[in-house]
Design a protein around this ligand. Structure first.
Ligand SMILES: NC(=O)C1=CN([C@@H]2O[C@H](COP(=O)(O)OP(=O)(O)OC[C@H]3O[C@@H](n4cnc5c(N)ncnc54)[C@H](O)[C@@H]3O)[C@@H](O)[C@H]2O)C=CC1
Ligand SMILES: Cc1ncc(C=O)c(C(=O)O)c1O
Length: 309
């Protein structure tokens, strides 16, 4: 039974995750190697709690469901039933975390990675109890998006997958078990197919970035939230899909490297919201307003999709 959770890494994903798990009645200890990240996480945590209130996710009783910040990794993982590793998407950075906690955790502690797509089989090579390592891939923003992928590697015990699936379900979230440990799992394979084509269309001057977003959000995204891709095939008709895909698939982007526009922007430290400029430009005031507006809209859409209008 999982009661105590340690979250290692408090960047974009960690704070929202901590807030949501605590709201599920779990005791969470959060740690980041950078003191500035811990400070930022405190305010992100309180913003996430406001959103969880708007989603009507009930607070647990007073003595459970707390988030505590730890000063060192040993303190963070001490007594943890589950450690969620949430550090940058880089095998050596993640492996260093696994090595540093290896002697500090119990032999029955589960170690989960929020990796966006590194196969779990590669990650579990760096830990002494690979049977207790699992992928637990949240979607951003993690306190709002209810679906979480669960992925076992070649050496993960089926019981570990079952325990994490049950934990997710028990706090009112939506586990999806991915049956094969392939790069990107399922969510990011689908998302990155879309993003590859979208970036290519903008880069080739077929459409402006703002219009690309209008086209995808209102033409595809709005619909896909209600009718998933498999159901959409049936709605359109497989005969139509057969005809269109017979000429279109061969014309879609199949580039296997990173698009030049993304390489140029990342080289110039234009990373998006976190640096004030990426595909678009953002002032600090715009960022604050955008984050509030997006959270409000996601909450409203989720309430409707859940039939709570
Ligand atoms: N950003 C996103 O939309 C999503 C990211 N992910 C995955 O989640 C993981 C984390 O991503 P982000 O939160 O976006 O990264 P981030 O770069 O925003 O944050 C990572 C944090 O880890 C900390 N860190 C680095 N080394 C550490 C160590 N040895 N010990 C403790 N803390 C350490 C950094 O100081 C930083 O605060 C990655 O594997 C990423 O692919 C998963 C879902 C969505
Ligand atoms: C661009 C991008 N890459 C990875 C992830 C998740 O792993 C996300 C997301 O959750 O939104 C994303 O937007």
């Amino acid at each position: 039974m999982i009661r105590n959770i340690a979250i290692i890494g408090l960047g974009t994903m960690g704070p929202g995750m901590a807030a949501r798990l605590a709201r599920g009645g779990l005791q969470v200890v959060a740690y980041d190697v950078a003191p500035a990240a811990i400070e930022r996480a405190r305010s992100m945590l309180s913003a996430a709690e406001t959103v969880l209130d708007a989603l009507d996710i009930a607070s647990p009783s007073a003595d459970v469901g707390m988030v505590r910040f730890a000063d060192d990794i040993g303190d963070a993982v001490s007594g943890a039933d589950l450690v969620i590793e949430n550090v940058p998407e880089n095998i050596s950075v993640k492996a260093e975390v696994y090595r540093s906690i290896d002697g500090l955790i119990g032999s029955d502690t589960i170690v989960a990675s929020d990796t966006s797509g590194i196969p779990i089989t590669k990650l579990q090579a760096h830990i002494s109890h690979p049977e207790r390592m699992v992928g637990m891939h949240w979607s951003n923003p993690p306190h709002i998006i209810p679906m979480i992928e669960v992925i076992g590697g070649e050496r993960t015990a089926p019981q570990t997958v079952a325990t994490i699936r049950e934990l997710i379900r028990s706090i009112g979230l939506l586990p999806v078990v991915v049956k094969k440990d392939i790069p990107g799992f399922v969510e990011n394979r689908v998302l990155y197919a879309l993003l590859r084509e979208a970036v290519d269309l903008v880069e080739r001057g077929v459409i402006d970035p703002e219009d690309l977003d209008t086209c995808v959000s209102w033409g595809i995204g709005y619909k896909i939230a209600v009718i998933g891709p498999m159901a959409l095939l049936d709605m359109a008709g497989l005969d139509i899909y057969k005809s269109v895909s017979s000429f279109l698939n061969a014309d879609l982007s199949n580039r296997d490297d990173v698009a030049p526009v993304v390489l140029e922007k990342t080289k110039a430290s234009k990373l998006g919201i976190k640096s004030g400029e990426g595909m678009f430009f953002y002032t600090p005031e715009q960022i604050k307003a955008l984050q509030g507006e997006r959270a409000r809209k996601l909450v409203a859409v989720r309430r409707i999709l859940e039939g709570r209008g």
